[in-house]
Structure formats: structure tokens, C-alpha cells
Design a protein. Structure first.
Length: 62
């Protein structure tokens, strides 16, 4: 059975792969799609390594 964090990380990695595929098929937006993919992969890494960690975000009080 998978944990919620494992499922979330897999979904984030799948989204990163989607962005890379979109960028591969559309050169003008490739840099933005690569940026998106790296961001999703970074969050997947965070979810996998420390799923309950917290961090401050500017302008958000949640």
C-alpha cells in the first residue's frame, strides 16, 4: 500500500514528464516547460525526503 506522500511524489513526477513532452514538441515554449518540470521534480524530492516539513512562503498565511 502506498502512502499519500508516495502517491503525491509520483503524480508530481508524472506532471514533470508531461511538461517535458510538451516542451519536446514545441520548441518556443521548451524553456518554460523545462522550468516547470524542474519545479515539479524539486517538490517531489521534498515530499519524498520529508513529507511533513514546513517552510515559509511570502504573502501566504496558511
Amino acid at each position: 500500500m502506498s502512502t499519500n506522500a508516495e502517491i503525491a511524489a509520483r503524480l508530481l513526477r508524472d506532471a514533470a514528464e508531461f511538461f517535458r513532452h510538451v516542451g519536446d514538441q514545441n520548441a518556443p515554449i521548451r524553456p518554460q516547460m523545462d522550468h516547470n518540470a524542474r519545479a515539479f521534480e524539486a517538490v517531489a524530492d521534498l515530499v519524498e525526503t520529508d513529507p511533513t516539513a514546513e517552510f515559509e512562503t511570502e504573502g501566504q498565511d496558511r
